[in-house]
Structure formats: structure tokens, C-alpha cells
Design a protein around this ligand. Sequence first.
Ligand code: F6R
Length: 608
Amino acid sequence: MCGIVGAVAARPVSEILLEGLRRLEYRGYDSAGMAVWNGEAIDRRRATGKVQSLADALAEQPLPGSLGIAHTRWATHGKPEERNAHPHMSGPRLAIVHNGIIENFEVLKRELIGKGFEFTSETDTEVVAHLICDQLNSGVELLDAVRNSVTRLEGAFALGVIEQDHPDRLICARQGSPLVVGVGIGENFIASDQLALLQVTDRFIFLDEGDFACLTTDKIQIWDKDAQPVEREIHQYEHGVSAADKGEFKHYMLKEIYEQPTVVKATMEGRIANGRLLEQAFGAGAGEIFDKVKQVQIVACGTSYHAGLVAKYWIEDLVGIPCLVEVASEFRYRKVVLSEGTLFLSVSQSGETADTLAALREIKDKVLASLTVCNVPGSSLVRESDLSLMTNAGPEIGVASTKAFTTQLVGLLLTTLALGRRHGMTEEKEAEIVAALQTLPEKLEEALAMDADIEAMSAAFAEKHHSLFLGRGPLYPVAMEGALKLKEISYIHAESYPAGELKHGPLALVDKDMPVVTVAPKNGMLDKLKANLQEVQARGGELFVFAGDSDNLQPEEGVHVLQVPDVAPILEAIVYTVPLQLLSYYVAVLKGTDVDQPRNLAKSVTVE
Ligand code: F6R
């Protein structure tokens, strides 16, 4: 959603904060701002638009000083205008940055207006600044003033606070929104994501829910939700700094698509040996838990939900137990009936998605155990689940998820093996799937080699307004994911259907202006799929088929066929994802959209 960064140092901090914002821009990019203690007062610059607009403002009017906070915004309350951009101030005294949503802000706002506070923005955040100031005005010490104020907040927040009478302190608090402390030498930092601070440190403390902290240049004090002082472990960042750079690629998205052979390998590393899955990868006690699992409930959002849908096919086919899949925003708000022995399985790139996290918290005590397949170590989902399997995709910066999806699929296939072993899967079957998995990096390389053909094909989409994506079996969720990618970055309306559903309605839409993309691997469903394609062809629709068996699917008038590498059936869902990612990428490039930061979206949805 929004991105926060803060620093207390002995050197000027505005460049550090600005670089932090650039790295956090994926979280929101409709306005940005910075406030720095300049030795005499708290000074602030804000600008609408991307972080570059703030950088331009700072170039004209720099902000010198060694204590500061900064923010990049994804608007929730109030339009993306300068007056709504963070930091928000209460008079000249105090500045704050906030990520999250304060649900009771209207009640608090009325109370504060009654006390004479003037509001200059439409945001929920401004109430927090005034609440703290109100406490300070009545003589409460700064730390207590912040603490007392946050106890009055309902909703989600990560906050950074600076105050003019304490120019040596950076105060922060979190509840429901991510916040890390970056540990430096003679300087300390806060940020929504470690990535923002990799330029200055590789040591991080992940604050727990309800934590509150005070940072000076040489000290980090943390209190838990009960106001008890606590020590939190310092973690070393594991990925190389280069993981967050674009390198030779024009966009992060393309770089991340091309990283897939490497990161799927990293997701398998240490998890399989001698043709067997090492189930310790899921955490202590995993085997005992897997033994008792009678049903799996997968919960996730967006792309991660699509990964869950693929896993349903695998789990029911190979493990033979029921697997339910639901989007988190529905699951968390309805009465769910789960049978005994349910494993709750969340899938998430960020590990901070508000709906997925809320679903876990809601159901945790009612299920056998919780497992998360997640990409961010130390994230809330990882910390709050009983078991976890990290996807090792490294930082994903492009807002449209690519390598996170394929590594999630690998993680979910490993989960299928772990469950399968406890439910009668033979060693031979396990070894066969492991052997197939070991060919995956090479198969993904082969799929990437389709790049130039797909780029050429993309021209047929650039002028279109609508499209259909079809698949069958586990390739149906892959078609869903392909449609989501195209929508997200090219803004072309794309709908996905299980191919067998065509004649039950969507066929009415098919004409020459409706390209129909189909994923058609060489499997038992191919003949059925071919019949569906003929239904499209007969209505004058233009077909784009990603085929496993191009001998059996010939190009002809209105039918474009692209050969996808021949792969083991279990890998089809993973490998066929790649051409669809490339297609949406090249269509977006042709249309000239902002590929890495598409309009209206943010990478990590930490609010409802
Ligand atoms: C789409 C995309 C989103 C996310 C969704 C869940 O490209 O990235 O649909 O998949 O917001 O996010 P995570 O996986 O972080 O829980």
C-alpha cells in the first residue's frame, strides 16, 4: 500500500530517505513526501505523482538534517493531492508517516476538532498527529504520548514519528501493517520493507504486532503490545543487493520473468535430495502434522489465489484428500464449515496481505494447523503460521506478480509431495515428480526462448479492447492468471473460462475483435480442447494457441499456433505460465503503459 522510511543518523538523511522511497515506490506512487529536523524546526516537502516529483522538489529546496521520515502514498482516504500526501504534521511540532487505515478516524477527528485542532487534509492519518500533539500539550512525555495515542487507534497502522523537542529520536509503532527496523552502526532506520534500506544496512529487526520502538543513533528500544520492554532478534538479509536492481532489463517485470529458471531452482534447493522431498523444510513437527491432515483449505488473493487453484488439482489427484480454495476477502467474512483435520494453507508473495492475514487469524484456532507458502521471511504470515515454506524468489519489484507465482507453484507441488507421502503416495511416484521438477529450470529456459515469437504475436492485441483466455484442468487457473496479467498491465479487458464452459454463454462474445488465447498442452484433454477451439473458429474468432503438440494443432486462417516445450504433465501449469507472462508484457510495452507500476495498483495490499 504505502511505503514508509525513516532515519536517525549523524549524517544527512534526505538522500537515504529518497533512495528508500524509490525502492518502496512499488507500494504506492501517487504522491510522496519527506520531513526532516533541520536543526531548528521540522521542515517538509511534498509532491503529487511519483517519487521523482519529490526528488525534483528536493533538488530545488533541499532538506538538510540527520533525523527524518518519508512516505510514498497509495491513496485510500483523500485524493492524491499534495495536502493529502504524508508526512502529516500537527502544527510545527510533530510529523508522522503512516501506512494502513485508521478505521475510527471520524470519531477521533470530531473529538479533536472539538478541542480546537485544525485539519488540513482528508486523510485518516492526520488524526494520529493531532492525537499525539494533544497528549504532548497536556504535558505527557513523547514516548507515552505516542503510546497512549496508538492504543486509541482501531485498524491497521505502521507509524513513524518525529518531534521537535526530541531531535535525537525516531519513534515507530506497528499493528497490522509491516514495519522493519534497520540496524546500522551509529545510525538506525525504519521502513515498510527491508528493500528500502539495503543501501545502508543488511541487518533487520521485524517488529511484532503491537510493538512500539524508539530509535536513536546508538540505541533501539522496543516494547511489546503490553508495554513490556522486549529484545527482538536481528536478522541478516539473505539476498544479494543486486536482486533489487533492474540490471540490463528495460523493466523489472521482464527481469523477473527471466529470473524464473534461477528462482525455481532456489525454491527447490535444500528441499529435495536423492529423489525425495525433505519435509523438514516446512518446519519442526511438519511430519506429525501432515500425518493428521484430512483436508486442505487454501486461502489467498489475486495471483496467489490462482496458484492455490492449481494446487487443488494436484492435491486431490495425487494426495486424494479434499482441497478447498477461496479468496481471502470472502473467506474471512463468512461462516466457514471445515471438517476435522483441516490444514489451513495460505499462499502469499508478501506475507502481509491484509485479507489473507485476517483469514489466518480468524481460523487459526479452529484448524489442525496452519502452513504458509510465502516469499518474505519474517513477514506476518510466516511468523503467525505453524509451518512455512519459503519460495525463495527474491524481491519481486514489478507490481504484476510473475516469478512469485511460478515459485509458489513449486512450493505447492512440494507441499503436495509432503502430504502425498503421508497419504499413500508411492516412493516411485514421489521420485518421478522430483525428477520432473529437476528438469523445470531447463524447461523454463526453453519457454523463455519463445520470447521473440511472442513479441511478434503481441501486435495482434495492442488495438483490441477485450480478450478471452481458455484452459482446462490445472491449465484453467493458468488461463485465469494469464488474463489477470493482461488486464493489470495493458488495461485490456481479459476474461478467463474453463474451455468447456464456452458454449454455456461466453461463445456469444466471440467475433473477429475478440482474440481467444488458449493453453493447450499435449495431455488427455487435448481432443476436448480442440473441439472447444473449433467452436471459436466457427464463429470467426481469432485463436492464439500455446500448444504442446503443434503437429496435432496446425496454424490456419485465424489460428496462430506457438509450440511450447514438451514437458512432464505435472510441470505444464508452471511452464505454460511463461508465454502468457511474456504476452502481457509485450502487449503492455506496445501500448506504452507503465509496466512495473500499473495504474491504480500497489504491490503489497496491506489494507482491506
Ligand atoms: C497480481 C498480484 C496480486 C497479488 C495479490 C496477493 O499480479 O500481484 O494479485 O497476487 O495482491 O498478494 P500476496 O501474494 O502478496 O498475498
